[in-house]
Unconditional design. Structure first.
Length: 294
């Protein structure tokens, strides 16, 4: 089964704690040497590893479908691209475990990769966003997730996945000041029941991002986690697909590039980072980098 080739953390139940790490490749290092450090330094049992286009460009063989995250803009907001060479999302049952795993990975990769950014994350209220609304409602059932998230064919490609990663900063004070009905219409669901609101405005997040409203359906597997640091809060948005196209199509509609209607999320939340990453398969409990090596 193709799922047996995938990084196992792609299908973990939401962990209590996590940490996202973003790295750039040290300029003096060759791509081949970088892969050596990745192969020996990352344990797939600890989280997810994704490779960005800046690293892939070091090789003659490219990853089909991988590209740099696009910088977009809409009325009064922007969607920045902060594409990095490498991304890791590590998980743990407590903060000590996450720290130990992150510290080990950063140290192991230090000769090849420079840590540019990191963010501690956590599961909130059983899987909700900090706004109090359930997150990942449209995720496919577990039995269907592998067919949605994983590349199905190709030696060194089967079992891999493509990740879209963004950090959103919420203005929770503003959001909480709004009447409950207004909040529901921004999201497009009732907070109390999680039921979709049929007559929600066209700008409601559910209307902008509804996977089944695209043709073909823009289906993804979401693995987002909230964060809070230094008086700011938000969501570390992470989605996986067998290609980047579903994420890209949803994002462009959210911005309003499809019909001029932007997502109401932008009235209280702003993305501050964005990157696309290829998550290689696993072979013998190690990251399988044979596609690039070949």
């Amino acid at each position: 089964m193709v799922k047996d080739l995938a990084q196992p953390a792609l299908f973990f139940s939401p962990p209590p704690y996590g940490q996202s790490l973003f790295f750039s490749l040290r300029t003096e290092l060759s791509g081949e040497k970088a892969l050596e450090y990745l192969s020996s330094g990352f344990d797939p049992a600890t989280g997810i590893l994704g490779i960005g286009e800046p690293l892939v460009r070091k090789f003659s063989k490219q990853v089909p479908g991988l590209r740099t995250f696009p910088a977009l803009s809409g009325p009064g907001f922007s969607v920045p691209s902060t594409q990095k060479s490498l991304w890791a999302f590590l998980y743990g049952s407590d903060r000590s475990e996450v720290f130990n795993r992150s510290d080990h990975l950063i140290s192991s990769l230090a000769p090849a990769f420079l840590l540019e950014d990191s963010m501690e994350t956590f599961t909130y209220a059983g899987g909700k966003d900090l706004t109090g609304y359930e997150d990942g409602t449209e995720n496919p059932p577990p039995r269907e997730s592998p067919s949605v998230a994983l590349v199905s064919e190709g030696k060194g490609m089967a079992g891999s996945s493509f990740a879209g990663v963004q950090r959103w900063v919420h203005d929770l004070e503003h959001f909480r000041s709004l009447p409950p009905k207004t909040q529901d219409h921004i999201i497009g669901r009732e907070k109390s029941s999680n039921e979709e609101i049929p007559d929600a405005p066209a700008s409601a997040h559910v209307k902008r991002s509804g996977q089944e409203t695209f043709s073909p359906a823009a289906t993804m597997v979401r693995r987002s986690m909230p964060w809070s640091r230094g008086g700011q809060q938000g969501l570390e948005f992470v989605s996986f697909g067998r290609s980047l196209d579903p994420f890209d199509r949803i994002l462009r509609r959210m911005v309003g590039l499809e019909d001029g209607i932007s997502d109401a999320l932008f009235t209280f939340s702003q993305p501050v980072s964005g990157g696309y990453y290829w998550c290689p398969p696993v072979r013998e409990n190690r990251i399988d980098l044979s596609w690039l090596e070949g």
